[in-house]
Ligand binder design. Structure first.
Ligand code: DNO
Length: 366
């Protein structure tokens, strides 16, 4: 298992690689070229510069989060082939700089959605929060504007300006797309991409929909174990896998996250894990919290143990963190709480690993 942190290059992060390097146990970063418009090829020369920068700080760049999928691919438009070709070339370029895992999502129109990016928790820290009735009663463009206004001047991952400008039109378009058609569009994408990912030895890791239920009437695909099974069966290659985000899946109280980890990590189809905790306030309202089990409704010990027992040997990052100790940065991506989260998760891992080895030793001696 490799513990990594997400990092945004070219000055678009309040956290430096120097600081990330000082977080014990962190071996690399998940990063991206945020300024390449969705649908264009990521240039090899820029990837080389990025890799050099990361490596210079003693860190690895084996994970990219994300190469976003052009809306025309998700809509199944004839122009999708052009954008899929660009995606394939990007994968080839990523392979040339040693990338091993590519996180992406297939959410229509919007990436993740929250109603408050600086919600005050009882201890005075700030975390992201989601209130469903607020989303249900709000114009999508207002939700988007509210998110941007709370981003402390940083770009929000997955909320590219070009995506926002076409939002109303795109939402209208999807009113006429059935879930079945949407799944077919996804299969079309996978069947083109997975063979190339295989040849390039890059594991594709789709991120769950966040939140894992429909908003603004849009189709949802990666929301629970049943849908993940359907997704993995669309293309059976081990290179077609998931990013298991405990917080996204765990926002739905019906999802048994440790069981989901056991099932899919056990089959070698989890290539990346985002681990964070959430506190359920109702079926569709939640606050993000500190990573510890006692701070939210997810049992982190059970989750980490499920990864360990499944022989998980891929990448983990502590997902989102709170803003603490007066830090200001991109919501969810400050340094302090993610550093604490990473070391909490590493601590759980070490304890589980050692107790397992002790048990094996005891059996060996018996
Ligand atoms: C939010 C992130 C997502 C994720 C994408 C993957 O903080 O978890 O933006 O990176 O959905 O494509």
């Amino acid at each position: 298992m490799k513990m990594i942190l997400r990092w945004f290059p070219f000055g678009d992060d309040s956290v430096s690689l120097e600081y990330i390097r000082q977080v014990p146990g962190v071996s690399g970063v998940a990063t991206c070229l945020t300024d390449v418009p969705v649908g264009e090829v990521w240039p090899l020369d820029r990837l080389k510069v990025l890799k050099e920068e990361v490596n210079k700080h003693g860190l690895e760049m084996e994970v990219i989060e994300s190469v976003n999928v052009h809306e025309d691919i998700k809509k199944g438009l004839p122009s999708r082939d052009r954008y899929i070709d660009a995606y394939l070339q990007t994968i080839e370029n990523l392979a040339k700089v040693g990338v091993k895992c590519l996180c992406y999502n297939f959410m229509p129109v919007l990436d993740w959605v929250r109603t408050d990016l600086a919600h005050k928790l009882p201890d005075g820290s700030e975390a992201m929060a989601y209130r469903h009735t607020q989303v249900a009663n709000m114009d999508p463009s207002l939700v988007a504007r509210a998110m941007r206004n709370q981003a402390n001047g940083f770009s929000l991952p997955g909320w590219e300006p070009e995506r926002l400008s076409a939002m109303a039109e795109d939402i209208e378009f999807y009113r006429h797309v059935s879930e079945e058609e949407y799944w077919n569009n996804m299969k079309y994408f996978l069947d083109a991409v997975i063979p190339v990912a295989e040849a390039c030895d890059i594991k594709m890791a789709i991120h769950p929909d966040d939140p894992p239920w429909s908003i603004f009437g849009l189709p949802r695909v990666i929301t629970d174990a049943a849908h993940i099974r359907t997704f993995l069966a669309l293309n059976d290659s081990p290179y077609n896998g998931i990013t298991l985000c405990t917080g996204s899946l765990g926002s739905d109280r019906n999802n048994d996250v440790p069981a989901i980890v056991r099932e899919f990590a056990g089959k070698g189809r989890v290539h990346f894990a985002h681990i964070r905790n959430v506190k359920h306030l109702s079926d569709k309202d939640f606050d993000e919290t500190a990573h510890l089990s006692q701070c939210g409704d997810l049992d982190m010990y059970e989750i980490v143990k499920a990864f360990y027992d499944a022989g998980f040997d891929a990448y983990i990052r502590p997902d989102h963190g709170r803003m603490i100790w007066g830090e200001r940065g991109r919501p969810g991506y400050g340094l302090f709480d993610r550093a604490i989260g990473a070391n909490y998760l590493l601590g759980l891992w070490e304890a589980i690993e050692k107790s397992n080895k002790n048990k094996e030793g005891a059996h060996g001696n018996a």
